[in-house]
Design a protein around this ligand. Structure first.
Ligand SMILES: *Cc1c(COP(=O)(O)O)cnc(C)c1O
Length: 355
């Protein structure tokens, strides 16, 4: 399903390094670059960029919502959404490993005045009853729970996918407690491809979603907040307040529209390559959990190397990996990693793991 031949995956002169650190490292394909060149532009702060307006309408429709808002980053999309569903000094519940409380450098507290409480990291194995038991009532003596955030797919849990039925159960719990649900859907495209769940089936379960164009979809930058027209109108003000009002942002929106049109079904290729990588490393007993999407997490407990040592040795062989913890390494497949690159990665990692 890849729209670009492997030789187009990286610009001329790029090194032959196999970069498995993240799916954010992709460079725009020639087709995407052409879409950027051809983009119709206007001033998006005035609501006049036709490419941004088209992207927002397309993404809202895909998720079955009224409106969407283009943002420079997924962190900004999450933080706008959290401010929309969690009034200042009220509480957000989320997974202890959630991006919103791990990799957004305290933004929920610093910018949104949001109090967060976390359930022990469960990744894709979310337990709705555990979450239900944590919801606090609105009363004059406690911080009341106003929203719950889940992550689909789950980054630190190695791309785990929360089953649709689990999310539906969480929706019923949220309705009973009258709290909002936010989905950090940076990689919801991967969940959609892995589980075959229509994007709109996810969309209808959440008040707000954030979705990234710059992960597996391969756009250079950009995310969107998805929600009701009323929420998105309020979100537009928050985006400006955060300094996220971009002008001729259609250059980026055009890349995003191209990514949605061409790079969604091919995520299955990334998933297959991650599975192949995991199968090849399985004999070393280091593959953590099951590989559902485009990530492989290695737990090096008991292995001869710790994570920084393995990363350094792999890097000497031209394979870059992410260190998630002293013994945890993450490998991510993406648009710029083809079958030959996976062969190379397997060869290098196997030789490192053999010690
Ligand atoms: C990458 C990512 C984001 C957004 O990150 P930015 O770098 O701010 O675009 C949000 N949530 C998850 C789970 C992510 O992996």
């Amino acid at each position: 399903m890849a729209d670009a031949p492997a030789t187009d995956a990286a610009p001329a002169g790029a090194s032959t390094t196999v970069d498995l650190r993240s799916d954010t490292v992709t460079r725009p394909t020639p087709g995407m670059r052409q879409a950027i060149v051809d983009a119709e532009l206007g001033d998006d702060v005035y609501g006049e960029d036709p490419s941004v307006n088209a992207l927002e309408a397309e993404v809202a429709a895909l998720f079955g919502h009224e409106a969407a808002l283009f943002t420079p980053t997924g962190s900004m999309a999450n933080q706008i959404a959290l401010q929309l569903v969690t009034p200042r000094a009220s509480e957000l519940l989320c997974d202890a490993d959630a991006h919103v409380v791990t990799y957004e450098v305290g933004a929920a507290a610093a910018l949104g005045g949001i109090s967060t409480r976390t359930w022990p990291a469960t990744g894709g194995d979310l337990d709705p009853e555990l979450v239900a038991a944590m919801i606090r009532p609105r009363a004059p003596y406690v911080v009341g729970t106003e929203a719950i955030a889940v992550e689909q797919t789950h980054n630190r849990a190695g791309g785990g996918v929360i089953p649709l039925a689990t999310l539906e159960r969480l929706r019923r719990i949220a309705d009973e407690a009258e709290v909002a649900l936010h989905c950090d859907g940076a990689r919801i495209w991967n969940a959609h491809v892995a589980d075959g769940v229509p994007l709109a089936s996810y969309g209808r379960l959440f008040e707000t979603l954030s979705v990234c164009l710059s992960k597996g979809l391969g756009a250079p930058a950009g995310s969107l907040v998805v929600g009701s027209a009323e929420r998105i109108a309020a979100g537009r003000l928050i985006r400006k307040r955060l300094g996220g009002g971009m002008r001729q942002a259609g250059l980026l929106a055009a890349a995003g529209r191209y990514a949605i049109a061409h790079h969604v079904p091919r995520l299955a290729d990334d998933h297959a390559r991650a599975a192949r990588l995991a199968d090849a490393l399985a004999p070393f007993g280091v593959v953590s959990g099951s590989v559902r999407t485009n990530m492989v997490v290695l737990d090096l407990t008991g292995a001869p190397h710790d994570a920084p040592a393995l990363a350094a040795a792999a890097s000497d062989g031209g394979v870059l990996v992410s260190v998630l913890g002293a013994r945890l390494v993450r490998l991510v497949t993406h648009l710029d990693v083809d079958d030959a690159a996976i062969d190379r990665a397997i060869e290098v990692l196997v030789s490192v793991l053999k010690g």
